[in-house]
Design a protein. Sequence first.
Length: 209
Amino acid sequence: MEQLTVAMAKGRTATKAMKLFEQAGIYFSSLQDDSRKLVLTDDSGQVKLIFVKAVDVPTYVEKGAADIGIIGKDVLLEDPKDVYEMVDLRISACKLVVAGFPGPYPNTQLTVASKYPHVAKTFFTNKGIRTDVITLNGSVELAPLIGMADVIVDIVETGKTLKENGLVVLEEIADSSARLIVNKASFAIKTAVIQQLIGSVKEGMGVST
Ligand SMILES: Nc1ncnc2c1ncn2[C@@H]1O[C@H](COP(=O)(O)OP(=O)(O)OP(=O)(O)O)[C@@H](O)[C@H]1O
Ligand SMILES: O=P(O)(O)OC[C@H]1O[C@H](OP(=O)(O)OP(=O)(O)O)[C@H](O)[C@@H]1O
């Protein structure tokens, strides 16, 4: 197999993605817990893994710095890129939602805090609601508590963060889970190896190819 470069973020998705690779027969035995390495090669020397910031994964793939990327659908919805989205890996499942204090929210002019400003703006614009979107990079649940925003648009998995902060889901926007994305030129040039890797991953997941 010619070498394929795969980009993903460290953290919650990487752990599950590494398990998917193992199930596909792709092993990274050199990986050590708490390693700070940013580049890893699998035991066969055919798959090179690069660890990048989550929001940058689609950029690495679109630009061809990586042939393949593993990234949440939430990130792709926020910042669509010119890549092929080929497999729903069914890991890191969560929902993009509107959340806030229980009860109706203002329906003409709304202040929204979010890590997903594009998703938030589009969702409310389609409902005819004008929004002032405040972009935050984390702890978004704080915004309604301190009166900085009427509602938030964020991802929810267990609902624990919302609950512990007295907030509830007001509306669901979209489901998210990690996707395997592919650079368009890579797919044209390395079709067989990419299809082989995707086939192995799907087989490991128990999905018919
Ligand atoms: N609570 C969650 N449950 C399930 N999946 C989640 C959850 N939070 C995030 N994700 C998924 O994992 C992806 C990466 O999120 P994560 O919180 O690990 O990184 P980040 O906050 O974007 O980046 P960083 O930790 O580097 O600041 C998200 O884009 C989303 O698809
Ligand atoms: O429904 P839950 O299971 O509670 O998960 C949802 C939380 O997880 C994510 O935050 P993350 O842990 O990435 O922290 P952040 O606030 O720094 O983005 C997300 O932004 C929510 O805050």
